[in-house]
Design a protein around this ligand. Structure first.
Ligand code: UDP
Ligand code: MG
Length: 334
């Protein structure tokens, strides 16, 4: 069989020296298995691309995709899946937090007939208390709002059979949440527990604000629950407002203390205008998503590659700009 590894890389010059030598020895232990490793360089601004090119120059099994800029972790994974040719494809991080040794067990499960083999984190070494807590909230909220089939503590470290990859490559939406797409597909899934190690080197490329954005993408790309909640919240506040206005009319008619109500007036004004702005913003966000989808822009732009056949496949909603060959470059002929 042919196993493809897909590894997104964003400013990983510190981690690559650990990652590159660690893969081949493990892959050699998998019986009857040839491999290709697809590195997707997601617009790194450090030496990652140079380091990858040096490694790929000596090994045709290393294939490189270079994005024109940073498109994000999820589009990088999608590009890797688009160009992987293996019977099975594994997506893993470049920082060795996903231990390569687990590949052996994952391939065993795949050979037992599973389409998706997910690595589940039992312990997260090296992640801060905050990261562990937010991750646990993330999975709870996602299971409630996105899809109850989402497996807790399963990230993007997964093996997909060729059929599963074909299924996933059919989703071409701009705001992507791969874990949700996998759950949505509903293929037969095996779970392999593992202890997540700290990063080999370097720092996380998912700081708090990116995590929040990721969580919001996950919710809004899969679920209209926030819109429905906003409707319910708006209705509740409106009913509350009605009751209060009856009370205000009653006080005006039957008491002589109307001016005293200034505080409650201001409080209510703040509450309602705040709620209106919030709900409008929520609706606006969904409209923005519609707007972005309707533009039908590519999910990523590839502006260089290594060790792929000259005629690269052209996946739907993706842009591959072939590198200019020195012989045909008009600027050389001037
Ligand atoms: N990554 C990427 N593009 C980004 C952010 C991250 O390709 O915009 C890659 C990164 O190089 C790593 C993987 O995605 O291989 C996961 O990122 P990271 O390890 O920083 O996330 P964490 O494990 O801390 O959640
Ligand atoms: Mg990591």
């Amino acid at each position: 069989m042919l196993l493809s590894l897909v590894i997104p890389v964003y400013n990983e010059e510190e981690a690559l020296p650990f990652l590159l030598p660690s893969l081949a020895p493990v892959l050699a232990k998998i019986p009857d298995c040839d491999y290709e490793i697809i590195f997707v360089n997601d617009g790194s601004r450090d030496k990652s691309w140079t380091m990858l090119c040096e490694a790929a120059a000596n090994d045709p099994r290393l294939k490189l995709i270079h994005f024109s800029r940073n498109f994000g972790h999820q589009p990088a994974i999608s590009a890797g899946l688009d160009f992987a040719t293996g019977d099975a494809v594994v997506v893993m991080d470049a920082d060795l937090q996903d231990p390569p040794e687990l590949l052996i067990t994952m391939v065993e499960r795949y050979r037992e007939g599973y389409d998706v083999v997910s690595a589940q984190r039992t312990i997260r070494h090296g992640d801060s208390w905050m990261k562990r807590k937010t991750a646990s909230w993330f999975y709870t909220i996602m299971r409630r709002m996105v899809d109850p089939r989402l497996v807790p503590e399963v990230g993007d470290f997964r093996l997909f059979s060729h059929r599963a990859v074909r299924g996933l490559c059919n989703f071409r939406e701009q705001h992507r949440f791969m874990r949700g797409l996998v759950a949505w597909l509903g293929l037969r899934e095996a779970i392999v527990p593992f202890e997540r190690q700290p990063r080999a080197a370097g720092e996380t490329k998912y700081p708090a604000h990116k995590m929040l954005l990721f969580a919001w993408t996950a919710i809004s790309s899969f679920s209209a629950v926030p819109l429905r909640l906003s409707f319910a919240l708006g209705l509740t506040l409106m009913s509350f407002g009605f009751l209060y206005s009856f009370y205000a009319v009653y006080r005006m008619l039957f008491t002589n203390t109307t001016v005293v109500g200034w505080t409650s007036l201001v409080a209510l004004q703040c509450l309602f205008s705040g709620a209106t702005m919030f709900l409008l913003g929520l609706v606006g966000d969904y409209i923005a998503h519609l707007y972005e989808e309707s533009k039908d822009r590519p999910l990523y732009v590839i502006d260089d590659s290594r060790n792929f056949p000259p005629a690269m496949p052209q996946p739907r909603r993706a842009l591959y700009l072939p590198p200019v060959s020195p012989d045909t470059d008009p600027r050389r002929q001037l």
